[in-house]
Design a protein around this ligand. Structure first.
Ligand SMILES: C[S@@+](CC[C@H](N)C(=O)[O-])C[C@H]1O[C@@H](n2cnc3c(N)ncnc32)[C@H](O)[C@@H]1O
Length: 219
């Protein structure tokens, strides 16, 4: 599916989110508190738009994605960003490789959320950080109602005009609706050996930033 949307992926995102994707990426970057010298995994990096933003910190950032189409589109427009092919469920890295690991709008798309969270913990150093930027559930009832109307009706019809594969955006709306709420995702993180788990809502909870630390306890 992502191979099919790759060519216009960055532009479609910005149109459908009214440009908010940029502020969500910036908030993810800030939450990671990266320092030069940190080695960071940007999982499900797609075209590398998130990886490029994080690399401005001076940290070494490695983007990994399973879609060859997304990686190809990314390498063409961002030749300086490190993008590798890999599966979130079987990462090609040794245990405790990274100071921090992050995933933006990717965890919802991986088939097995629990296994991906555990694999992310495996490759992170004990005490290392995780930040998950993902669509979530608006907390205000009236706002949630208006947002769901946009998501289920307006978004697929706008996508028909601007995206290369509009069906992917019907999937997007349905997958956001089916995704666990803020507390539900936090519980999954704790089960996967992340500690000090907390979250912050962005844009009223349309997006949530979950953060945590890799437990020092053995898995
Ligand atoms: C919505 S895109 C997010 C891309 C980028 N992080 C961003 O913020 O724009 C989701 C990405 O998840 C990737 N993905 C889905 N399952 C994956 C897996 N098992 N391993 C690695 N990447 C995966 C897809 O190929 C796709 O590029």
């Amino acid at each position: 599916m992502f191979d099919g949307v790759a060519e216009r992926y960055d532009r479609t995102n910005t149109i459908l989110s009214f440009g908010l994707d940029r502020s969500w990426r910036h908030a993810t970057h800030t939450a990671l508190a990266l320092k030069p010298g940190d080695v960071v995994l940007d999982l499900a990096a797609g075209t590398g738009v998130s990886t490029e933003e994080l690399a401005t910190s001076g940290a070494t950032v490695i983007g990994v994605d399973i879609s060859q189409g997304m990686l190809r589109a990314g390498k063409r427009v961002r030749p300086d960003v490190t993008l590798l092919a890999g599966d979130a469920l079987a990462l090609p890295f040794a245990d405790a490789t990274f100071d921090a690991v992050t995933i933006s709008f990717g965890l919802r798309n991986v088939h097995d959320t629990a296994a991906a969270l555990a694999e992310m913990a495996r490759v992170t150093k004990p005490g290392g950080r995780v930040v998950i930027c993902e669509f979530s559930h608006p907390t205000n009832g009236a706002f949630r109602h208006a947002y769901l109307a946009y998501l289920m009706a307006a978004l697929p019809s706008v996508a028909r005009r601007v995206a290369t594969n509009p069906d992917a955006y019907v999937y997007l709306a349905e997958s956001i609706r089916a995704w666990p709420d803020q507390a539900g995702l936090a519980a999954k993180m704790i089960t996967a050996n992340w500690t000090n788990v907390a979250w912050r809502n962005l844009t009223g909870g349309i997006v949530a930033l979950h953060r945590g630390e890799r437990s020092h306890a053995p898995r």
